[in-house]
Design a protein around this ligand. Structure first.
Ligand code: SF4
Ligand code: SF4
Length: 173
């Protein structure tokens, strides 16, 4: 018995224009872009200026990050200085890197903001992939990454785990 094979159709099958099908032109366009940037950077280097895109880390640090750049996390506070976090666990559950651990406890008596507050709130930066999902999903705007702290490397893994107190302290470089 012979099995008839049919060509698999993909839902996102690419439709190329005749111009794109002549792919040599696109290859030359890509090569031209690469070599023109390389030549520009080499000229800057040869004339004593730095290459356009090179930062000599850690001696130099980039300062021209976009405002939306995702840096070190921090937890925001209410006007009374308590964490805005209500321990709903949404950030913990959505985190694809399993980098967040939260322990919840009852708020102080008379606290009208939320019945629950974080007892502990840890983020393991050695696991974090800086996707920003935790920030996006938070219903209370309780976690941010716009700290403008970009220098995060450490020789000790333990230093990469930020606890609640560190996260509540607005970080400055
Ligand atoms: S930025 Fe992404 S990986 Fe990092 S803690 Fe938030 S959700 Fe997890
Ligand atoms: S999603 Fe926001 S409110 Fe919920 S646990 Fe995370 S930081 Fe707290």
């Amino acid at each position: 018995m012979t099995v008839k094979r049919t060509k698999k159709e993909y839902w996102n099958k690419l439709e190329m224009t005749p111009w794109e099908k002549v792919y040599h032109i696109e290859i030359f366009k890509g090569l031209w872009l690469t070599f023109s940037i390389a030549a520009k950077n080499l000229w800057r280097f040869a004339t004593g200026r730095k290459g356009a895109l090179t930062v000599y880390y850690p001696e130099e640090v980039r300062k021209d990050y976009a405002p939306a750049f995702r840096g070190r996390h921090y937890l925001t506070k209410t006007e009374l200085g308590r964490p805005k976090c209500i321990t709903c666990m949404m950030c913990k559950n959505i985190c694809p890197a399993v980098a967040i651990s939260i322990e919840s406890m009852a708020s102080q008596e008379g606290d009208t903001y939320s019945p629950k507050t974080p007892k502990s709130f840890d983020i393991d930066l050695s696991r974090c992939i800086f996707c920003g999902f935790c920030v996006e999903i938070c219903p209370k705007d309780a976690i941010h990454m716009d700290s403008k702290v970009f220098k995060l490397p450490s020789n000790k893994r333990s230093e990469l785990i930020l606890n609640k107190e560190q996260l509540l302290e607005y970080p400055h470089e």
